[in-house]
Design a protein around this ligand. Structure first.
Ligand code: GAP
Length: 426
């Protein structure tokens, strides 16, 4: 884990939030390569679950929502973790993550109390009172439920259909830890899939398979993922059935994704609370239906961590130990790097620059590197998971061919310039 964290910081994937001020617990900033990686993950997900299907549509709802949303959903009342405070050093812990004594100073704990994990803020320039309180959303799902009627009215979908959203969620975690695994500000990719009551078993099974399809497509090591049927006592207040997809992270087996059967809990609660009917009439002459919901929920940051943990590889290449990230091509933040063999030969640099600029128009995630010798450049690109390296040498000037080197095998091949783009994305 330490190796991954250090590589991420050194190479510009992830930095501690507010770093120069000593950080802010539970926050992380994505650096130049991290943001490319994250965007690739989100784009792949959006494409797979929204654009390639005809029963799904997308949404981007506001983070700040009317506080009534979270009262109706049960979060104001029930979205809490058990908290204990050490009587001696005053440090606070999640009661279910510590033993009898304080792990810091050995002191005794006070009584367990419930701590609501929603971040509260105030809206408008009014004195603080009950009516000015708003919450930063603790899950993106809320925005989907309150837009159910809008989407139905605009698009008249038939059941089953889903609404997907990618966006930030905030939780005032008592103990943020394990790098980006548990943070206070994170991103989710969520789907609320609306179904006919009574059809949940089959739909749940279809979504279970879709989660596995995603895990494979994202380049997460499937051998490290296991399903856990969450017992009733541990399920969220809205769920009648949950499978956690757990991943063997370097710090242990922990939840990566959740798949839940949320019944009609949310639509019914929002309908009762808002007074707006949240049903659908999708068959002429039939009674309106109050749909039930299957919810696959994917954490973006946990996806990134699982991808990094799956991709991190150390091997021996040409008698030297090297570290590389074995990203899938679709996920790799940089698809290819272009080098001139020698930095001080203007004709090589000009030719390499020309190839680089032309390639960048077709495949934007391309990098230029002319620092140090070729061996060092290869190592640097391996470490950030670049699948292909293109070298422009003296032969290029004669016959318009370049060498293309494969990250995983280290093998090099000569190919015409005209074939580079196809090879890079293949
Ligand atoms: N809408 C359902 C929901 O929010 P959840 O199990 O609480 O369910 C869903 O969260 C996913 O969001 C998790 O499986 C995880 O991937 C991600 N997640 C939850 N809390 C997180 C945190 N504090 N930091 C990073 N990711 C988190």
């Amino acid at each position: 884990m330490e190796k991954i964290v250090s590589l991420c910081k050194r190479r510009g994937f992830l930095y501690p939030g507010s770093d120069i001020y000593g950080g802010l617990a539970g926050t992380w900033d994505y650096g130049p390569l991290g943001v490319e990686l994250k965007n690739n993950v989100k784009q792949l997900w959006w494409r797979m679950f929204v654009q390639e299907r005809d029963d799904m549509c997308g949404l981007d709802a506001a983070i700040l929502m009317n506080a009534e949303v979270w009262k109706a959903s049960g979060h104001v009342e029930g979205f809490q973790d058990p908290l204990v405070e050490c009587k001696k050093c005053k440090r606070r812990f999640r009661a279910d993550q510590v033993g009898e004594k304080c792990p810091e100073c050995g002191g005794n704990f006070g009584a367990v109390r419930q701590f609501n994990m929603m971040f509260r803020t105030q809206i408008g320039a009014v004195p603080e009172d009950e009516s000015s309180i708003v919450y930063l959303r603790p899950e993106t799902a809320g925005g989907i439920f309150v837009n159910f009627k809008n989407v139905v009215d605009s698009f008249h979908p038939k059941l089953p259909f889903g609404i997907a959203q990618i966006g930030k969620a905030f939780r005032n975690e008592i103990a943020p830890r394990d790098f980006i695994f548990r943070s206070r500000e994170f991103e989710q990719m969520e789907i609320e899939y609306f179904i006919r009551p009574g059809e949940w078993n089959d739909e749940f099974e279809l979504w279970r398979k879709q989660v596995w399809r995603w895990i494979d497509a994202a380049g997460i090591d499937m051998q490290k993922v296991t399903e856990l049927q969450v017992p009733e006592a541990d399920r969220a207040h809205y769920s009648k059935g949950t499978i956690d997809f757990e991943f063997d992270f370097p710090f242990g087996r922990k939840e990566l994704y959740g798949l839940a059967y949320r019944t009609d809990f949310d639509l019914s609660a929002h309908s009762a609370s808002s007074g707006v009917g949240l049903t659908i009439t999708d068959e002429e002459g039939k009674e309106p239906v109050a749909p039930h919901v299957i919810e696959p929920s994917f954490g973006v940051d946990r996806t990134i961590l699982a991808i990094l943990a799956s991709a991190y590889t150390e091997d021996d290449l040409g008698g030297e130990t090297r570290t590389y990230l074995k990203f899938n091509k679709s996920i790799a933040p940089i698809k290819a790097a272009v080098f001139p063999l020698l930095k001080n030969k203007p004709e090589l640099v000009a030719k390499a620059r020309e190839i680089y600029m032309a390639l960048k128009k077709q495949i934007p995630q391309i990098m230029w590197d002319d620092n140090g010798n070729i061996g060092k450049r290869y190592r640097r690109q391996d470490e950030i998971g670049t699948p292909s390296c293109i070298t422009v040498d003296f032969q290029t000037l004669e016959d318009d061919t370049v060498t293309i080197r494969d990250r995983d095998s280290g093998a090099q091949e000569r190919i015409p310039i005209s074939e580079i783009a196809a090879r890079v994305v293949a």
